[in-house]
Design a binder for this molecule. Structure first.
Ligand code: AMP
Ligand code: GLY
Length: 437
């Protein structure tokens, strides 16, 4: 039988999910709420006649549930974290809908840094030492007592902006004041977690979870800083590549055993079984091995745009099985080689961005003409104007190339990028280059 899917979200991650799900012969129809022009264009190509764009926002929970009921949706797939923290997963389950995405209680693994840290402490999962505080004096005393630098994090969701990596205790105290006193992040910063600052390479590991079991996906590395050489302010991610050469078979097993298995078990024991995508951000420290930096309750962006193009299987059965609590204990198959995703950002990103610049180089299908499935342009912040595609957001496009090796994948991605332009477009030239080390 064919399945009807409701995909919630509008970024590059959701475009990658739509692109992969529409390759499934089991997918009869994909509704995107609200989707983006790249997803809409799939309805004229790969997903011909199977894509419906719905003008319902990703955070309009009752409307999404009503839509899913009316459209007899078999699976709701949620991209972003905010709807999950707002209870989309619970609302779906209450309405008898199958949802790939956790309950609000389980989404707290991302939605509350303190909850995540306390759970890890109880479960013995290696992570940075920390304290959590809601008043300035105690936070200051904790900072003074630390031998090294610290990282200050707002407890709640801040669209990736609530983390300040500091290099001096004064700086850390200022960050605490910005959050606790000035309420720069509103209630999300009413409590702060202060952690020891770790040094090392970061890797992203994602797993499909069904409440009690998990299946790891291929590893990836994000590139968070805006400029080449990891310089400049942090962004949502300027590119990713997969797999990470740092994550060999032995490390994969360690990550499964010491991080994912105890976390999934602890969530179930806490009465918050995790169903959906569990994302672990790990720092590989030279002295203490891997330590958790963060858990997320959803697919990574832009990691997903580098991981899914290598998945050599139909994604839909995996999501259905995870959402139904029946994940098979198998490992998915991956294409050989590597995938590199380079993000093309708008003028000003990650600061104040300019929108509405005309994007040159893409065809009506939102893709580069004459390319096959080893070069895909994922739309993140685009909109359709009268004369064609316009920029609409900070991260505008993600160009993903598959290749037999790093050089091939990078060359293909950057050759594609050379054909795309708009005023103020910028991107990193060194995505994946660390993979050479
Ligand atoms: P998060 O929102 O928790 O992912 O943090 C954003 C980024 O801040 C991470 O990807 C790291 O680069 C950095 N970061 C977070 N926690 C730490 C830590 N304890 N030590 C060093 N860097 C960190
Ligand atoms: N790329 C990091 C994240 O999705 O949180």
């Amino acid at each position: 039988m064919g399945y009807r899917i409701l995909l919630v979200g509008s970024g590059g991650r959701e475009h990658a999910l739509a692109w992969k799900l529409l390759q499934s012969p089991l997918c009869d129809r994909l509704l995107a709420a609200p989707g983006n022009p790249g997803i809409a264009a799939l309805g004229r190509g790969l997903g011909a006649g199977r894509v419906t764009m719905v003008n319902v926002g990703a955070e309009a929970i009752p409307k999404l549930v009503a839509l899913a009921k009316a459209e007899k949706i078999d699976l709701v797939v949620c991209g972003p974290e905010v709807p999950l923290m707002a209870g989309l997963g619970d609302a779906c389950v209450a309405a008898g809908l199958r949802c790939f995405g956790p309950s609000r209680a389980a989404a707290e693994i991302e939605g509350s840094k303190q909850f995540a840290k306390d759970l890890m402490r109880r479960a013995g999962i290696p992570t940075a030492a920390y304290g959590s505080f809601s008043d300035v004096a105690t936070a200051d005393a904790f900072i003074d007592a630390q031998p090294g630098d610290v990282v200050v994090k707002a407890d709640g969701l801040c669209a990736g902006k609530g983390v300040v990596v500091t290099s001096a205790h004064d700086e850390a105290k200022r960050a605490v004041r910005t959050m606790l006193v000035d309420r720069a992040f509103g209630d999300a910063g009413g409590r702060v977690v202060i952690e020891e600052r770790l040094i090392g390479r970061e890797v992203s590991m994602m797993a499909l979870c069904d409440g009690t079991r998990f299946v790891l996906l291929a590893s990836a590395e994000d590139h968070k800083a805006v400029f080449d050489g990891d310089r400049g302010p942090n962004t949502g991610g300027m590119g990713a590549y997969s797999p990470s050469p740092l994550v060999d078979q032995a490390l994969t097993e360690t990550i499964a055993r010491k991080f994912f298995a105890p976390l999934v078990a602890a969530m179930a024991e806490a009465g918050r079984p995790f169903r959906g995508l569990l994302y672990g951000g790990l720092m590989l420290t030279p002295e203490r091995g891997p330590l958790v930096i963060e858990w997320n309750c959803r697919f990574g962006d832009p990691e997903t745009q580098a991981v899914l193009p290598r998945l050599d299987e139909d994604l839909l059965p995996w999501l259905l099985d995870a959402a139904s609590g029946e994940l098979p204990m198998l490992s998915p198959q991956w294409l050989p080689g590597l995938a590199v995703c380079v993000v093309l950002a708008a003028d000003g990103y990650p600061g104040k961005v300019r929108s509405g610049d005309p994007i040159a180089g893409l065809g009506d299908d939102g893709q580069l003409a004459g390319e096959g499935s080893d070069l895909v342009v994922f739309h993140a912040g685009t909109k359709r104007g009268p004369g064609g595609l316009l920029t609409s957001g900070g991260r505008v496009l993600g160009v993903t190339a598959n290749g037999g090796n790093l050089v091939e994948a990078r060359d293909r991605a950057y050759a594609g990028i050379a054909r795309i332009s708009w005023p103020g477009m910028h991107f990193r030239k060194d995505i994946g280059l660390r993979g050479k080390a």
